[in-house]
Design a protein around this ligand. Structure first.
Ligand code: TA6
Length: 275
């Protein structure tokens, strides 16, 4: 464990690494296979969001009039409230929190506490995401876990559980379409917000031929994103040749805001299983 990274080590080949900057999960090694993608050009300068892993988007997904795109959570250093603890049965759990502070209140003048609990199991890891309104007034937000999966060849990766869903296509001027494919694959820039999704997706052909299952709780939307060649070149913290090696499948509550009264909580999460 270094000053800014926390390792949940379940065994020699199964571990989770969390960067305190953004409480960004930057590695999930599952029985020796790295499931998450992190760009070789990610800056790790504690200023720009880490390019990869699982950045936490809160209190805003997408462009934001009050502050940076995707909110301030992913570019703020979180507190490790509970260091990695081995539970009976060998699972390892750690807790990270983000409270309102002077910086956040300059952008978003609300009292809040986000509690992000990560539990590493043998072939899955559980993320519990809880937002408490600790202030005196109601507030509204959107939130998303911006998961970057490592893949061998994105054109051979498929995502299930999207057929029949409406999606907002940010590549086609934000128009809404309906998905007609059982298994969604891509070979161009995708930036889609699928709405009212089922609780689970199966992603085939993740790294080293693994299958990943994403099970969501209270996160009704799923964003599917790959920048493809042109947008990859325009990203300074992303290699021009990296887009074939990643696919974002992001669990969120983004197409409509969550509103919390003082004292109320929003409870959500995802379980990612690697088979
Ligand atoms: O989740 C997809 C998306 O909203 C894309 O529009 C793209 O902007 C991506 O997030 C990455 O955003 P970032 O601010 O990290 O460059």
């Amino acid at each position: 464990m270094s000053a800014d990274r926390v390792v949940l080590e379940r065994s020699t080949d199964t571990s989770l690494t969390v960067h305190l900057f953004g409480a960004t999960v930057v590695s999930w090694k599952c029985n020796g296979s790295e499931i998450l993608f992190v760009s070789k050009n990610s800056l790790f300068n504690n200023k720009k969001a880490i390019r990869g892993g699982i950045p936490v988007c809160f209190p805003q997904f997408g462009p934001w009039d009050l502050g940076p795109q995707h909110g301030f959570a992913r570019i703020t250093t979180w507190t490790m409230e509970q260091e990695p603890k081995t539970l009976s049965g060998g699972d390892v759990c750690a807790v990270f929190t983000l409270n309102d502070n002077e910086e956040t209140r300059k952008m978003w003048n609300h009292g809040f506490k986000v509690t992000y609990t990560l539990t590493l199991k043998e072939t899955e890891f559980v993320s519990d995401f809880v937002v408490n309104n600790t202030g005196e007034d109601p507030f509204s937000f959107t939130a998303l876990l911006h998961t970057y999966l490592s893949v061998s060849d994105v054109t051979k990766t498929t995502v299930s559980g999207l057929k029949g869903l409406k999606y907002v296509d940010k590549v086609r001027d934000g128009q809404t379409f309906t998905e007609d494919r059982e298994l969604v694959s891509l070979s161009e820039n995708y930036d889609r917000v699928y709405m009212d999704t089922p609780s689970g997706h199966i992603v085939h052909n993740v790294t080293t031929g693994k299958t990943v299952i994403i099970k969501k709780t209270n996160l009704p939307d799923t964003v599917v994103w790959n920048p493809w060649e042109e947008k990859a070149k325009a990203m300074g913290d992303f290699g021009d040749d990296e887009y074939p090696k990643m696919l974002c499948v992001e669990a969120g509550h983004v197409s409509s805001p969550v509103t919390l009264d003082p004292g109320a909580s929003f409870i959500a999460g995802q379980v990612i299983v690697a088979k």
